[in-house]
Ligand binder design. Structure first.
Ligand SMILES: Cc1cc2nc3c(=O)[nH]c(=O)nc-3n(C[C@H](O)[C@H](O)[C@H](O)COP(=O)(O)O)c2cc1C
Ligand SMILES: Nc1ncnc2c1ncn2[C@@H]1O[C@H](COP(=O)(O)OP(=O)(O)O)[C@@H](O)[C@H]1O
Length: 311
């Protein structure tokens, strides 16, 4: 898959079949659309292209939009690269871009820049200045500019029964297993290992503190989770806490992982964490001793999990 940071970098000599959207999470429903896109492109000898906007339009148009996304743009790129899609166009969404009329957007952008011959799109897609145009308008432009529209019906979408919103809610409720089923892959947290309070090693549980630079990334409900991460080519099993560490007087939210049977310096490394199951909520224990007992129990539970879930 080739990625472009703006539509004008895309070489549109060969006509395209395109779909447009955020595709946050790249869940089962999204995968079906991409499959249709890729097959349709093959049948017609066109190129398959997915057009997405970054930053997300709501981040640009609504100040204080507390939009949280399942994937960072880099995570989304990596997942899409495994779907068979040929071209990913991540076009910068700006206020100026948002002011294009529906006709300008279709004519100057989709047709002239992307050479779209077919657009596969959801029944409720809206576009153009103030999002006033809908799929019936797109079909009118299709006649005028000689392209085809393939509508994904409400029924098709409801049959799949999955949406990015449902997955976000599941993650906010700590239901990672449900989210992972919908995603058909494991929910990811990606970031750099930074220094924490320096107390973990003293506890007998060194923890890698993960800093996620994307402020729009959705962080699941506070609590303790079973995780795994491919560190330098080897899968390491671990347990993660998302929370403020109230037992030791913490106030800032941290994401920290203790990897089992592992003893290496990880500072400065970029880790991709796969989140597998939530064990419990974060507790304000009345002593560090009680916290250590709970962490030992978490460790045993985590070891059991991997014993019965080894691939
Ligand atoms: C599996 C696991 C469970 C944890 N559970 C709690 C908890 O319930 N309450 C709490 O205050 N801190 C909890 N912590 C966080 C510890 O307080 C923290 O790891 C310790 O203070 C070390 O922090 P540091 O890495 O910043 O030095 C947990 C950490 C891990 C790895
Ligand atoms: N099993 C392990 N799991 C996580 N980190 C480990 C482990 N073994 C060694 N480390 C290293 O130790 C660091 C954590 O030590 P810790 O005392 O908890 O300090 P900090 O508060 O800076 O995280 C990690 O960032 C990593 O570099």
């Amino acid at each position: 898959m080739k990625t472009y940071s703006k539509a004008s970098s895309f070489d549109a000599k060969i006509p395209t079949v395109i779909t447009i959207g955020t595709f946050d999470g790249v869940h089962i429903g999204h995968r079906k659309i991409i499959e249709r896109l890729v097959n349709s492109a093959k049948e017609s000898n066109y190129q398959s292209a997915l057009l997405t906007f970054f930053p997300h339009p709501r981040m640009v148009l609504q100040q204080n939009a507390d939009l949280r996304l399942i994937n960072t743009i880099d995570e989304r790129k990596n997942i899409l690269a495994s779907t068979g899609l040929e071209h990913l166009i991540i076009h910068p969404f700006t206020r100026a871009f948002s002011r294009l009329t529906a006709q300008q957007y279709v004519e100057e952008f989709l047709i002239e820049k992307l050479n779209a011959k077919k657009i596969i799109i959801g029944y409720d897609h809206r576009f153009g200045r103030n999002r006033t145009a809908d799929i019936s308008d797109l079909k009118k432009y299709a006649d005028q500019f000689n392209f085809e529209v393939e509508e994904i019906s409400k029924q098709d979408i409801e049959d799949v029964g999955i949406s990015s919103t449902k997955i976000r809610t599941a993650l906010e409720d700590g239901e990672v297993e449900k989210a992972n089923r919908y995603l058909a892959s494991n929910f990811l947290l990606t970031g750099e290992v930074v220094r924490g309070k320096g107390m973990g090693k003293g506890f007998g549980y060194a923890t890698a503190n993960i800093l996620i630079k994307e402020d729009y990334k959705l962080i699941p409900k506070k609590g303790v989770y079973i995780v795994q991460s491919n560190i330098n080519g080897v899968y390491q099993n671990g347990m993660m806490n998302i929370g403020t560490n109230p037992t030791v007087g913490g106030t800032q939210q941290t994401i920290e992982i203790h990897f089992l049977d592992f003893d290496k310096d990880l500072y400065g490394q970029h880790l991709q964490i796969e989140v597998l199951q939530r064990i419990r909520g974060e507790v304000n224990f009345d002593s560090v001793e009680h916290l250590k007992v709970a962490m030992k129990k978490d460790e045993l539970y985590t070891r059991d999990y991997f014993k019965s879930n080894t691939k």
